[in-house]
Design a protein around this ligand. Structure first.
Ligand code: FEO
Ligand code: CA
Ligand code: CA
Ligand code: CA
Length: 676
């Protein structure tokens, strides 16, 4: 019997990323240093706006924060970014800075093989979707290939497909608003076939792209094109949790084989050219009740399982807890894929822990070990890094393929004195013992969050991308927002209560040692409108009226080492007056903390996947869930989007076409460096 708890069914379009149905971190009330303890310490340290902030600002007492930005007060000296920025705003199409082109490279439903069916939104099937580009493109990675005759560049684009929006994806579905349904019809008109299409639309796409005459396109007939789906792709499990009893199901008595990967949000490309697909909100796909007194009860609660966001558990036993209580333990991992071999088996690398994984951006440390930074995107969850035990071999790709099975996972504690302690998650150390339920490293990896709770990690405001800059030893952590943080829960690294607009933390690894266990940190910007005192934002005064942003989510560092940030405001765009987009953000010198708006998405979309390549002559971005978030707040439209009646039909603008999540390729008209 499936239990559909309406209290747990928040509106996914608004809350997918914020995971509203999750219990708060249980250790929050455990007496961490409060802001009152730390103001004086923090005040002596460098801030973005040296000398401009009062104690109240640091404490997040918003009403007493002075307006921090004067548009007249332009700082002198040259800024790194010289493009002419675009204005804040919301409308039905996308916009890029003058002098640049923004073109759709590939869209949901585009065929990935010569024999794949053309996209027909009125006649979808799971088998067709398995051969077509998936839904809600998120992370974008690139692995270069040798150009063929007449080509300027060629490579493998690796794209995550995070989730599905039934209301704009399928005809005759209507709005999937769980909160409105209390009668067991929570999933409206979903059918087994529609669920199968959804499962085939999740996962990832690997597709060869090519540059000819300055123009990028995808190669429909390339041999390495491939879909990875939740529906049919067999994955393997390696590392400490592989084969453990808690990983076994009736379908897989070995605990080492899983069908599919799900909710692949951010990710990474390793130094050896494999593709990391982070599994984020896996809890949302499960339905049903655990058997009474089941030993996984506490574990599942810590991850919000079952989330009940999808109808899958009604038709697919894997996603029904009553039938497969261990299945959730097989999701929430970092998945490594070799994109060079279209027959390669995706591998769930359990040494990197189980969480709502975001980001797998890596760097080769000076001692040859590889360090991967990761966020766990939940209110009050943590920032992590994984340090391999072995070292990277530039001359032997195959020797690197097992690197992610051995190493140490660390979780961050941001101290009030501006230092970070990276706390190792090692069985038997400190509280991570059998007495606390961790009998093995497998237990520790399956319950990474609970282990990090016990270690005293710092609960953060939704960490997503965490990106190292290999040139500077700096690491940037995007903290999207956290409106649930109460005044007595603020701390030095999360300084605002009811943080609706997010902030960016800059970590400095000492002496360029990315494997260090003691680092330092600072806040780069506190996001939101700097002209509104109650927001408590903190930007360089040189930031223009469209240079500030809210809800930093993904980021990229270009070939010159410059930081670019993309946003995910959800429905909050009606508060900021601008759709999500791409901003360039100065990190060095007197312009540090100055933003500049480069690209803007259509109404209801989120901006994902920024990726620079081709010596910064191209920027790929992923426009996700077009027309969904806050459509009813968009005045010219004023209602919720459906397949038949969406807020925008971007990018095709044809009456019989729904909105389509798409990867966009941005180039400079003169072929030069993006952002100059
Ligand atoms: Fe799917 Fe946390 O963004
Ligand atoms: Ca996020
Ligand atoms: Ca995101
Ligand atoms: Ca990134």
């Amino acid at each position: 019997m499936l239990r559909i708890d309406p209290e747990k069914h928040s509106c996914r379009a608004e809350a997918f990323e914020a995971s509203d149905d999750i219990p708060s971190n249980p250790v929050l009330a455990s007496g961490r240093p409060t802001i009152g303890d730390v103001i004086n310490e923090r005040f002596s340290r460098r801030g973005v706006l040296r000398g401009m902030l009062g104690t109240a600002a640091i404490a997040g007492i918003a009403s007493s924060v002075p307006a921090l930005l004067s548009h007249e007060a332009k700082a002198a000296g040259a800024q790194t970014f010289t493009f002419e920025e675009i204005a804040h705003g919301v409308d039905e199409t996308h916009h890029v800075a003058e002098g640049y082109n923004a073109d759709v490279l590939i869209r949901w439903g585009d065929p990935l093989h010569g024999d794949a069916p053309e996209f027909d939104p009125h006649n979808q099937s799971a088998d067709a979707q398995e051969k077509q580009f998936g839904y809600n493109n998120d992370y974008i990675g690139f692995v270069a290939l040798e150009p063929q005759d007449g080509e300027e560049a060629r490579g493998l684009l690796c794209v995550n497909h995070e989730y599905t929006n039934e209301e704009v994806m399928f005809p005759q579905i209507g709005r999937q608003d769980r909160a409105l349904d209390k009668g067991g019809k929570a999933f409206f008109n979903m059918t087994p076939e529609l669920v199968a299409i959804e499962q085939a639309a999740h996962g990832g796409s690997i597709v060869e792209i090519v540059k000819r005459d300055g123009q990028w396109s995808y190669d429909r007939n390339a041999p390495r094109n491939r879909r990875i789906t939740t529906r049919s792709t067999q994955c393997m499990v390696t590392g400490p949790a592989a084969g453990h009893d808690r990983m076994k199901t009736s379908w897989d008595p070995t605990g080492t084989r899983v069908i599919g990967t799900v909710n692949n949000c951010a990710g990474g490309i390793t130094p050896w050219g494999t593709y990391l697909m982070a599994e984020e909100n896996f809890h949302g796909y499960f339905l049903g009740d655990l058997p009474e007194g089941h030993p996984e009860t506490i574990n599942h609660e810590r991850y919000g399982v079952p989330g009940g966001w999808y109808a899958w558990g009604m038709y697919d036993d894997r996603f029904n807890l009553a039938k497969e209580p261990n299945e959730p333990n097989r999701f929430g991992w970092m998945v490594e894929v070799d994109p060079m071999d279209p027959g390669s088996i995706p591998i769930k690398r359990t040494a990197l822990g189980r969480m709502k994984h975001e980001g797998g951006e890596s760097v080769v440390n000076k001692d040859g070990r590889v360090v991967i930074y990761m966020g766990d995107d939940q209110r009050f969850d943590y920032v992590y890094k994984f340090v391999t035990a072995g070292t990277y071999d530039d001359n032997d790709r195959s020797a690197n393929m097992g690197l992610l099975d051995g190493g140490t996972l660390y979780v961050a504690r941001f101290n009030a004195d501006g230092t970070v302690d990276w706390l190792p998650l090692v069985q038997g150390e400190g509280p991570l013992t059998a007495a606390n339920g961790f009998e093995s490293q497998a237990d520790l990896m399956i319950e990474t969050r609970r282990a990090a709770d016990l270690l005293g990690a710092t609960p953060m405001d939704r960490p997503e991308d965490v990106e190292p800059n290999p040139r500077t030893g700096k690491v940037y952590a995007m903290l999207t927002n956290n409106t649930r943080r109460k005044a007595d829960q603020v701390d030095a690294a999360n300084p605002r209560a009811e943080n609706a607009f997010g902030h960016i933390i800059e970590i400095t690894e000492p002496d360029m040692d990315f494997a260090a266990t003691k680092s330092t940190w600072d806040i780069l910007v506190r996001c939101g409108d700097p002209t509104k005192a109650e927001v408590g934002a903190m930007w360089n005064p040189a930031t223009s009226e469209s240079g500030w942003f809210a809800a930093p989510d993904n980021c990229a560092i270009d070939g010159q080492g410059r930081l670019w940030v993309t946003t995910d405001q959800g429905t909050n765009w009606s508060k900021t007056g601008t759709a999500d987009g791409v901003w360039a953000l100065e990190t060095e010198g007197e312009h540090r903390g100055t933003g500049r708006m480069f690209y803007r998405v259509p109404v209801g979309a989120e901006m994902c996947g920024p990726l620079f390549t081709d010596e910064d002559r191209v920027l790929f971005v992923a426009v996700q869930h077009v027309s969904t978030d806050g459509a009813k707040d968009y005045e010219p439209f004023g209602r919720n989007s459906t397949f038949e009646d969406p807020a925008t039909r971007w990018p095709d603008f044809q009456d019989d076409m729904p909105p389509r999540p798409s990867v966009v390729v941005i180039t400079k008209e003169d072929g030069g460096t993006i952002g100059s």
